[in-house]
Design a protein around this ligand. Structure first.
Ligand code: CMC
Length: 431
């Protein structure tokens, strides 16, 4: 971020305040208002942060009008096609694509940290059987701070590195065990001779009585889902991780906060909500009824998997996801999957409707991901845990960047107070 020669002038009650304008590598200029309160005795007001940059970052860039998503400068479609998840993890964490040797070292490092402390198994067993796997993930990831004391000191770069690798490595085991617990099956331990995605599929679908042979095409599709979800700059859950971490909280607690935020249906929970919506619609002839509801001002119903705060053209992740859905369903011999048919027709009808066109609402990453995950055998409750597994590397990369940033200070928004003015306490008998 560099100072430009440009400034913005704000006039408040006749007093002029000159504000510096900062220039990013890509994206719109940013007015630096850090000294505004000191100089003008005013705050700015921006609920939902629609116009506010909360940090500088070198990790991910989104151009919502062009439908562009770059990780460290590399377009997501190229990464989804040519790279794989662990390489993208390396890129997000360290800023450059690794050499062959560095990649092998990194993959070995992650692979060798996939096991969980054995005592954590009892922690899983303490949950009710019908607990949502996201509830288990929030609890178990937060509880890692009670099991891995040697990587909670955030002032030590080595401990930060160890915590990062642990989280990326153990998240598939945690997500798979949350699933196994919810269906009453024994936990399956990770295997170090398998790649990241295959290992996750095996931990979810193998049982002691019968091993699970991982189909390489499904493993590739799983890996691509991880890649497409790896990072998305300052979204709600990432900003939650940054805010939690700004107080100096340990990394496991911060990532648990990110998982909690991701759970909501406006964010990561949309993939579950979207598949449930496709199920509810059921057949293509019912689509107009649901579109009408989504357009009705008096109904707060929304098409799940549609719309995005930043993308106002298309979500590049959705394009790759749609192709992947076709490939996976063809492989599994279920091209005529009714939900895929409903999804494609819903997309077609919505995109032709002026309501969605005018508001620039397009399918997002969550629109097709659920169809693939369901075809692979996952129940809807596992969709958001899979998203959180994949997003962990993004949260960690942003967390590491923030801690290393000398400008890092506790996040503390201001408010526009519209409550009562100061008034005297009234005794209960006089109210
Ligand atoms: N269906 C119908 N109308 C919609 C939808 C939708 N899915 N999304 C937005 N709108 C309308 C909304 O009613 C509003 O209309 P008006 O201006 O007349 O009041 C307008 O479009 C702008 O909506 P907004 O809520 O102000 O936009 P936002 O940027 O605050 O919200 C969003 C973005 C993603 C939360 C929203 O589009 C939404 O709720 N979508 C459905 C949930 C979803 O798919 N979420 C996943 C997002 S991508 C993955 C992720 O981030 O985890």
């Amino acid at each position: 971020m560099a100072d430009t020669a440009k400034t913005a002038t704000l006039t408040i009650d006749g007093k002029e305040i000159e504000l510096p304008i900062l220039s990013p590598t890509l994206g719109p200029d940013v007015i630096d208002i850090r000294k505004l309160y000191a100089q003008g005795d005013v705050f700015t007001y921006d609920p939902g942060f629609t116009s506010t940059a909360s940090c500088d970052s070198t990790i991910t860039f989104i151009d919502g009008d062009k439908g562009e998503l770059l990780h460290r400068g590399y377009p997501i479609d190229q990464l989804a096609e040519k790279s794989h998840f662990l390489e993208v993890c390396y890129l997000l964490l360290y800023g450059e694509l690794p050499s062959a040797t560095k990649l092998e070292e990194f993959e070995n490092l992650v692979t060798n940290h996939t096991m969980l402390h054995e005592q954590m198994m009892y922690f899983f067993r303490g949950f009710r059987r019908d607990a949502h796997p996201m509830a288990i993930m929030v609890g178990v990831v937060g509880a890692m701070s009670a099991f891995y004391h040697d990587s909670t000191d955030i002032s030590d770069p080595h401990q930060r590195e160890v915590a990062s690798i642990r989280l990326i490595a153990k998240m598939p085991t945690i997500a798979a065990w949350a699933y196994k617990f919810s269906i009453g099956q024994p936990f399956v331990y990770p295997r170090n001779d398998m790649d990241y995605a295959s290992n996750f599929l095996r931990m979810c679908f193998a049982v002691p009585a019968e091993d699970y042979e991982v189909n390489p095409i499904l493993a590739r599709a799983m890996d691509r889902i991880f890649t497409l979800h790896a990072d998305h700059e300052q979204n709600a859950s990432t900003s939650t991780v940054r805010l939690a971490s700004s107080s100096g909280a340990n990394p496991f607690a911060c990532i648990a906060a990110g998982i909690a935020c991701l759970w909501g249906p406006a964010h990561g929970g949309a993939n579950q909500a979207c598949l449930e919506m496709l199920e509810e619609i059921g057949t293509v002839d019912r689509i107009p009824e649901f579109i009408a509801r989504a357009k009705d001002k008096n109904d707060d119903y929304r098409l799940m998997g549609f719309g995005h705060r930043v993308y106002k053209n298309f979500d590049p992740r959705a394009t790759v996801m749609k192709q992947s859905a076709d490939e996976v369903l063809e492989l599994l011999g279920v091209e005529n999957n009714p939900k895929l048919q409903v999804a494609k027709e819903l997309e077609r009808q919505a995109l032709e409707d002026p309501y969605f066109a005018d508001k620039k609402l397009f399918p997002n990453v969550d629109f097709y991901s659920g169809i693939i995950l369901e075809a692979m055998g996952f129940p809807t409750s596992m969709f958001t845990p899979i998203f959180s597994l994949a997003r962990t590397v993004g949260w960690i990369s942003q967390w590491k960047e923030m801690i290393a940033d000398p400008q890092n200070k506790i996040g503390r928004p201001r408010q526009l107070y519209v409550g009562e003015k100061a008034r005297d306490y009234v005794d209960v008998e006089n109210r």
